[in-house]
Design a protein around this ligand. Structure first.
Ligand SMILES: *Cc1c(COP(=O)(O)O)cnc(C)c1O
Ligand SMILES: [Zn+2]
Length: 419
């Protein structure tokens, strides 16, 4: 049972219509690349969800948009506050990169400290709708922590597959939240394949990115919030980092919804930022090859959350950029790591590498003349720096920042401060 406003699920490759029944994940004809998109009757949605109803709604969580989400009208969401994250004006960074204004959307403020909470908050409701005993996902770490945390908040069992190389803080979160954690000796792709096999064998509810049609609906709420926080006047450009391509697809979807509902009248350009060592989408964008069939690459980057051999939501991820007049851009790991203290010192927002990558991408876009002094820009900081402290330390030492070390005496401090 989902909301009446859903008309159908539409294949992103062949446009075939499917019904949102239990067990329906991807398109039969197009296989796993045939991710489905949830379609709504916007006239119906608009009768209950509009600028007036939003102004009167005291719920600050992502569920303020529940009429535009694939959940039952009586669904009881996680008690955790998912969504409602701040959008900060960042004037120092704006003048540094030479844009008219710059806002940072701080998704590090989500309950498990990344934007993945928005996706998992939906997935958990879908699992409960179907009476699933276990919900599972493969993840580079943040989707795992999000699912485990939100599952814990509602007493749902979760089994999580992560690559053995996942940062310690993320694995610590999983274990603390009481998930069954499977560390896979391999990369994210290997973890993903193993999770898929386990779903086939045991029939667990599958939250996997790019397979589950509903998780992107959760991620789209970040764009709806940005639109609302900017008083329904859209920015000119939005920068977001890309691994599997689900977030960028979700951002695009949220903006399309906002256009369809008349909340905005222009579509911002969407820029997808990839690490140079994990640049599948960038290569596809440059070469124009068909992402439905383009083979996997060998990804390696310090920004673990955007390390993806084969972006699972690649079809939507490409459309997000090509349909909005944006671009894909690649940034080197050392640039990503240096961006962490740069953002932090200028704004107080603490980003993990996959999040600082989006700002690093804005710097590249500015150098290339893709954005300029007339542009209002939003950068989505997708996850907290506390997720991966060793990477933050690498970034900090790359800019030469180090503590002053002294014995506990004022004289020694005075000498040290003079240096
Ligand atoms: C997952 C993640 C991304 C990338 O999202 P995709 O949907 O995989 O493209 C970026 N930043 C952070 C912090 C993430 O956790
Ligand atoms: Zn299809």
């Amino acid at each position: 049972m989902t909301t009446d406003a859903i008309t159908h699920l539409q294949c992103t490759i062949c446009a075939a219509h499917h019904q949102p029944e239990p067990g329906r994940y991807t398109c039969d004809d197009c296989g796993e690349a045939g991710t489905l998109d949830v379609r709504y009757d916007y006239d119906l949605v608009g009768t209950t969800l509009n600028q007036e109803s939003l102004a009167a709604n005291r719920d600050i969580t992502m569920f303020r948009y529940s009429d535009l989400l694939p959940i039952a009208p009586n669904a009881v969401p996680t008690p955790l506050t998912v969504g409602g994250t701040p959008l900060y004006l960042a004037p120092i960074l704006a003048s540094k990169v030479g844009v008219r204004s710059l806002w940072i959307k701080d998704e590090g403020r989500e309950p498990t400290a990344s934007m993945k909470d928005r996706a998992s908050a939906i997935a958990i409701l879908k699992a409960q709708e179907q009476g699933a005993e276990i919900i599972t996902t493969a993840s580079t770490g943040n989707a795992a922590a999000a699912l485990a945390g939100i599952a814990a908040s509602v007493g749902q069992k979760s089994v999580i597959f992560v690559p053995a190389s996942a940062p310690q803080a993320k694995v610590a979160q999983l274990l603390a939240f009481g998930a069954t954690v499977v560390l896979v000796d391999g990369n994210y792709n290997d973890a993903f394949e193993l999770a898929t096999e386990a779903v086939g064998k045991w029939g667990w509810y599958n939250r996997n990115t790019g397979v589950n049609p509903y998780v992107a609906e959760g991620k789209k709420t970040v764009a709806l919030e940005i639109v609302e926080q900017l008083g329904f006047s859209p920015p000119d450009a939005i920068f977001v980092s890309v691994g599997d391509g689900s977030i960028i697809g979700g951002v695009h979807k949220g903006l399309k919804d906002a256009l369809a509902l008349g909340w905005i009248d222009t579509m911002p350009r969407i820029y997808g930022i990839q690490a140079a060592g994990s640049d599948y989408m960038m290569r596809a964008f440059e070469s124009g090859v068909d992402v439905a069939t383009m083979p996997a690459i060998n990804a390696a980057t310090a920004a673990d959350s955007i390390s993806a051999d084969l972006p699972r939501d690649r079809v939507k991820a490409l459309a997000a950029v090509t349909e909005t007049g944006g671009a894909y851009l690649r940034v080197e790991d050392d640039h990503i790591l240096r961006a962490i203290p740069e953002i932090a010192a200028a704004t107080g927002v603490f980003a993990e590498p996959a999040a600082s990558a989006a700002y690093a991408g804005l710097e590249v876009a500015s150098q290339q003349g893709l954005v300029g002094p007339e542009d209002h820009v939003v950068v989505i900081s997708t996850g907290s720096g506390l997720k991966d402290v060793p990477s933050v330390l690498a970034g900090v030492s790359a800019i030469g920042a180090e503590p002053i070390r002294v014995p506990p005496s004022l004289g020694a401090l005075e000498t040290a401060m003079d240096r």
